[in-house]
Design a protein around this ligand. Structure first.
Ligand SMILES: Cc1ncc(COP(=O)(O)O)c(C=O)c1O
Length: 475
């Protein structure tokens, strides 16, 4: 049986939903080449739709080459239609471009990386937007400079100097459409004659795709519960750059200890390479004092990236790059090439919000809120799973990683969890080298209430127990 979640209230027609559901399972490799699709009659019955609807979806899949038919024996997944197979040659397992974070109603979605959207400081933000629009009209409403508004760059500079130990001048800052664009720009600047790129493994799928998309050759280096394992850094190559998440490794959650930071910098000096520091959510550090940035140790070698996606909202699409002086001019050129500049009123509103103290107040409030949610999550995991679960990294941020003894989070198990009303995210989806992280879930709690967190962990437990007892019965 294949699982296709049909949404009756969706404006997307059933034909398209069924086509999309099967197509993405073929692309991801969870429906393998040669496997037989259910007959149109069976699937129509399973989904409660008319047989014509399923036949039309099958027709679309067939006409695009996703399936083949054998006369009298049914519809089969065609050879070579899986992105997994196509990407294996490139050393990457890209089953999806998007992580499928969109959540159907009623599902408790442990999506990592989303802040509490209900707590966006709307009133203060609207006030700041009003101030932005009242700025002299030609200045705010005309074309701007690629590096972004000076007001915002100054406010960010004051913030990173004070809070993150990043000593820089506002001219080193480029305002970007989030970290995602910042990484794209940094890749463009640093991938010249050198094509080798060192990435933590696992690391967010998006970064793997951006690096590959720009022609980088990925050299994975294991990340453990403390972040990058520096002893494994590749010898005999000169990387274009090394990309790291030292304050809060994504997704495993570790914090890079100072000994590893120093060894990493020594390696960067030896190979004369740059480091990209993705500091995406270190504002929310719950255990111990805030950590300083890697940038503070070697400002001339580190390209620092920050974002407002986790502290305010990903919808603002606002982040920033802090470049060593020799890269500033090229960096501005690349940003201009991408989209001229970030949208001005949001930049002015944000500058006002930070300068008036609203941002720091908001951070302090959110940190208390997330600390409570994290405690609820850790207690629920501990109470329900006891020593069957090991939490790998939870000192910082909006998610934690948890290893479940003896469980393998297969596509079938994840689909079963979803049917039970909970969406969970396997660490394996971010692995560069497969098959080491199948027992780890990444559990995001930023955008869930305390009640949802407790209910979600309860549901997770009941499904895992059912699987364990079904497994025991079939042994
Ligand atoms: C490691 C990492 N860095 C940064 C981001 C944020 O990206 P953006 O600032 O483009 O929203 C994410 C998204 O979840 C992430 O996982």
């Amino acid at each position: 049986m294949i699982h296709i979640p049909l949404e009756k209230a969706s404006p997307v027609p059933f034909i398209r939903q069924i086509y999309d559901g099967i197509r993405s399972q073929i692309l991801s490799g969870s429906l393998r080449a040669g496997s037989r699709l259910p007959s149109s009659r069976e699937l129509a019955e399973q989904l409660g739709v008319s047989r014509n609807v399923v036949m039309e979806s099958y027709e679309m899949l067939y006409s695009e080459g996703f399936t083949s038919t054998r006369h009298g024996s049914g519809t089969f997944v065609a050879q070579g239609a899986s992105r997994q197979a196509a990407n294996a040659a490139h050393g990457i397992k890209a089953e999806k471009v998007s992580m499928g974070y969109e959540s159907p109603q009623g599902i408790i979605n442990f999506k990592p990386g989303t802040p509490d959207l209900h707590e966006f400081p709307l009133r203060a933000w609207l006030q700041a937007v009003k101030v932005a629009y009242l700025h002299p009209v030609e200045d705010a409403m005309g074309y701007g400079q690629p590096e972004g508004r000076r007001e915002l760059r100054q406010a960010i500079r004051d913030y990173v100097v004070g809070q993150r130990g990043v000593a820089c001048h506002p001219d080193q800052i480029i305002i970007t459409a989030g970290t995602t664009q910042a990484i794209g720009i940094a890749c463009h600047l640093l991938l010249g004659d050198r094509r080798d790129v060192v990435l933590e493994d696992p690391i967010t799928r998006d970064i793997q795709l951006i690096v590959q998309g720009q022609g980088g050759v990925i050299h994975p280096v294991t990340a453990d519960h403390n972040g990058l394992v520096v002893d494994e850094l590749p010898q005999g190559i000169q990387p274009a750059f090394i990309y790291v998440t030292p304050s809060h490794q994504f997704p495993l959650g570790g914090t890079l200890p100072i000994q590893r930071r120093i060894a990493l910098l020594e390696y960067a000096e030896r190979t004369d390479t740059y480091l990209i520091e993705d500091d995406y959510d270190s504002e929310f550090r719950f255990d111990g004092p805030p950590l300083s940035s890697l940038h503070g140790l070697a400002p001339e070698r580190v390209v620092y990236i920050g974002t407002f996606s986790k502290t305010l909202s990903p919808a603002l699409r606002t982040g920033y790059l802090i470049l060593p002086p020799d890269l500033i001019s090229q960096g501005r050129g690349r940003k201009w090439h991408c989209d001229l500049h970030n949208e001005t009123p949001t930049q002015l509103a944000l500058a006002h919000f930070i300068a008036q103290g609203g941002y720091l107040r908001h951070l302090a409030r959110m940190k208390r809120l997330y600390a409570r949610k994290r405690t609820v999550l850790e207690q629920a995991l501990g109470k329900i799973f006891s020593d069957r679960v090991k939490i790998l990294g939870s000192a910082t941020g909006l998610h934690l990683a948890a290893r479940f003894a003896g469980i393998e989070f297969t596509a079938e198990l994840l689909a079963d969890l979803e049917r039970a009303g909970v969406r969970a995210y396997p660490a394996e989806a971010h692995a560069i080298r497969p098959d080491r992280l199948k027992d780890i879930l990444i559990i995001g709690y930023g955008n869930l209430s305390e009640g949802q967190i407790e209910r979600g962990i309860g549901l997770l437990c009941s499904v895992l127990e059912r699987w364990a007892s079904d497994g025991a019965k079939t042994e």
